[in-house]
Design a protein around this ligand. Sequence first.
Ligand code: PLP
Length: 398
Amino acid sequence: MYSSSFFDEIVDRRGTSCVKHDLSNEVFGLPDVLPMWVADMDFRVAREISTAVKARAEHDIYGYAFQPQSFYQSAVDWVQRRHHWTIQPEWLSFSPGIVPALNICVQAYTDPADKVIIQTPVYPPFYSAIKDHGREIVDNPLVKRDSSYEIDFDHLEKIIDRQTKMLILCHPHNPVGRVWTRQELEQLAAICVRHRLIVVCDMVHSDLALDHQPCPSLAGISPEIDALTVSLIAPSKTFNVAGLGTSLIFTSNPVLKAKFKKVCDSLHVGSGNIFGTVALEAAYRHGDAWLNGLLEYINANFDILDEWTARAPYVQYIRSQGTYLAWLDFSPSGLSGNELYDTIIRKARVGLNKGLEFGTGSASFMRMNLGCPASIVRQAIRRIDESFSSFKFRVDVS
Ligand SMILES: Cc1ncc(COP(=O)(O)O)c(C=O)c1O
């Protein structure tokens, strides 16, 4: 059992070469911000994982290794148990991370100067994975309708031409927190099948769908889209083991799998590391109780944010359906991007991600990471409230 008191614990991570806590000065120019930026959680890992990693460490020989069959089977069983997606062990391939997998996919499935579609605002490495390999980014911006971010299917149809070869889907979507519904995925699949677009479906946040809602798999929509889809999954966000560099891709299409392997082999990044291998299997076999406790805790952190955004006149947001990330819209404050940065980072000393990192239209947004004890969320809100209380912001209360 992992109750809320487990997740309440403040663990001092400073001095562990921790990006989130030890790089404040480099990232914000301040040594003492409350770090709520990079998607990394501040909770102790599940005991089931640390026990398995420690047992492996006890062996004292850390030579070359491979991922055994049980590693792949644990992932097959996990996605069946948690998501009801039926996949086969032979569809899976190891990747040293999801971002490496995105970069490998771009190289494996497109040629230089080909066009790749993303839907912004989106996780920054989606941009670099395309740009850094000489491919062209084509944007299908998400649209905000009523109280939801949605895919603009009409615009999507219009921007596809003969050079467009791939779409990278973020599902659930970082930063807006949408878990795409089956109906939305059906619409998307119909377009991608019609235009023979390969879809790389980044599902690193899929285990973090909140409120027990399902996270349907795009590949499961139809045999036609299945043949065009490569899905990316990992325990890295779910169990906060990103430092172990271990993730998976799966595709039922042997040609897509072989192309991925070819690039992976050419880079010699397919061997993984022994602790990541052990951790993935332990997480996927024994991590349910920890994850169930985590999801309840994250939901409660979102309740705190609901209460804050309902009363604070300078911020609004749409509650995430998946992920522990909140996409905060400070446009009611009337502050410019720079004024906002000054108010939140310099004055309040709360380290959030700037909206502009995710897309050009997001200057009034900031991303807050709720993967931390509730006391930290409350402290951040107090600090931000205080810094706004002395600021003559231009509130639009209409
Ligand atoms: C959508 C998305 N993909 C990938 C990653 C990073 O994955 P990895 O650490 O396995 O490269 C993140 C991290 O925040 C993410 O939000």
